[in-house]
Design a protein around this ligand. Structure first.
Ligand code: SF4
Length: 324
């Protein structure tokens, strides 16, 4: 059964292409946000506008006094921590059923890492780096959701993992809406190779949940499955796990291949192992055989196309495939 397209729901920093709301009145054009627009339902938010700072505005900074973190505006001396804390609690408390976050890199509000932290209001240089107030609260409140910034998503591996997670969680959300065990069985079957690549132990635990030996009601099984799924997808697949999955898939078609085709495929796996070619090369070879042999089982595996092809881009920050 072909997997039907879904639209992930993503909370995004509003200045990333949705409104000119940065402190200096600028809108940031982000290529990934533009590519995602036709495929994703964005929920843009600007925490600094929400607390009434206006635009343009004097910039704010994260100031750490001993163990407490404040958001302060050096030009006015204003401390906006209470307003921001109240907004964050209200906004995140009302959020339901989102599949991930795409936040602004390095912002004192939205940043998730690498945000400059100062020891006092007038310090010229930062005393450390960390998360912004909104970004930090998002991570604490939604530990198993994909939360990234547009800077990290320049890395090919991080972007691939993020896109895989948001589309997988969106597919599961649809499955959960139907609250039918039949749909969960289909979800598990079509995601088997993807989960095998991410986390073999979690795949076994998820399989036991789907088998449902205790005859639990569907909503309980779906709830437990969602928790386990979040953990299963948390880490990107190691390249050795991807090779293991490709060998499994190869086993389905190898008896229909010529000796030269088999050798060519196995050689390409070794080249992938040595980081000389991308994963898409052996995956593309397998996909061509799935089409040629009309292999319904392999054709249903989302591992081969976990998110829309239109979102694939070979651009990379150049920091390597194992960066997470
Ligand atoms: S980084 Fe966040 S708070 Fe700052 S302008 Fe963008 S959306 Fe608003």
């Amino acid at each position: 059964v072909p997997v039907q397209p879904v639209r992930p729901r993503i909370v995004a920093s509003k200045c990333l292409g949705f409104a000119a709301c940065r402190w200096n009145g600028v809108l940031i054009e982000d290529a990934l946000v533009e590519r995602l627009r036709p495929h994703v339902d964005f929920h843009p938010v600007c925490p600094e506008m929400e607390i009434g700072l206006g635009c343009p505005r004097q910039p704010i900074r994260v100031v750490r006094h001993e163990k407490t973190v404040h958001l302060q505006q050096p030009a006015t001396g204003r401390d906006v921590t209470p307003e921001m804390t109240a907004f964050v609690g209200r906004f995140l408390g009302e959020l339901t059923e989102v599949d991930g976050f795409l936040l602004k890199y390095k912002s004192p509000s939205c940043g998730i890492a690498n945000v400059k932290i100062y020891s006092d209001l007038q310090a010229k240089s930062p005393c450390g780096r960390g998360a912004g107030v909104f970004g930090s609260a998002v991570r604490t409140r939604f530990p198993d959701l994909p939360v990234e910034d547009e800077g990290r998503l320049l890395n090919f591996s991080i972007r691939e993992h993020y896109l895989t997670r948001i589309f997988t969680l969106a597919r599961f959300r649809r499955c959960r809406e139907s609250c039918a065990m039949r749909d969960l069985v289909d979800f598990h079957a079509t995601h088997k190779y993807l989960l095998m690549a991410c986390n073999q132990t979690a795949l076994r635990r998820l399989g036991r949940l789907v088998a449902n030996p205790d005859r639990l009601p569907p909503h309980e099984v779906l709830c437990a499955y969602r928790q386990e799924l979040g953990r299963a997808l948390a880490r990107p697949p190691r390249f050795t796990s991807a090779i293991n999955v490709l060998m499994h898939a190869f086993g389905h078609v190898s008896d229909r291949l010529t000796p030269k085709e088999k050798t060519f495929f196995l050689d390409s796996l070794e080249e992938y192992r040595a980081a000389r070619i991308p994963l898409s090369v052996p995956v593309g070879l397998l996909q061509s055989w799935v089409i040629r042999f009309a292999d319904a089982y392999l054709g249903s595996q989302v591992f081969f196309e976990p998110y829309p092809r239109a979102l694939v881009a070979i651009t990379d920050s150049g920091k390597g495939r194992d960066l997470t």
